[in-house]
Design a protein around this ligand. Sequence first.
Ligand SMILES: [Fe+2]
Ligand SMILES: [Fe+2]
Length: 216
Amino acid sequence: MKSWQKKLIKIVSPLLKKLEPDHGAAHSRVVFWWCLILTEDNQRVDKDTLFAAAWLHDLGHLKLKSGIENRERKHSDLSISLARSILKKAGVSEKKAKLIKEIIKVHEENLDLLKMKLPLECLIFHDADKMDSLGALGIARQFVYSGRVNKKFWDPSIPRNASLPWGGNFSAMHTILDSQMNLKFYTKKGKRISEDRKRYMHSYIKRFFQEWDFKK
Ligand SMILES: [Fe+2]
Ligand SMILES: [Fe+2]
């Protein structure tokens, strides 16, 4: 590991402890691991920027307290404001810092990233981050997150609305059904692996509602 990377992790680790386990260091490690998998076929990608973004992109959650009102304030913008001084302290060059901030800016973007003509690193990072929202671990992360922001795991009295960011974030299941299951992927590998994870989630959702209806 390069010295600036060690420095960056040293600064960020105590902050990420407050976001465990859904957006903490474990998530950062997994996201960077996915970045490496998704870049296997493309050696020209700047892995340094992906590394830094993995450790910095969700710090903005520290400034959010709860619910959709706050999530709409975009944690990505809040992460960028925190990342600025951390990147300077870690000694990251201006050129790399610019790309890192661009990656963070669009990692949660709902618009079509292909139309935005972004550097490849932005697309790879987006897919790597979203991969951790899918599958068994993605479901677990969503339940933990919803609990942390005082949401139920499911509330059928609230109508679903997939047009809202994160499906309205009304409950964990609202977000899983109307946000996670609709996540778009941009890289070839990301598309393939995400389909497999979504298949598993379909079976989980089916079972969840079978058990929910039985409970009534
Ligand atoms: Fe995020
Ligand atoms: Fe993330």
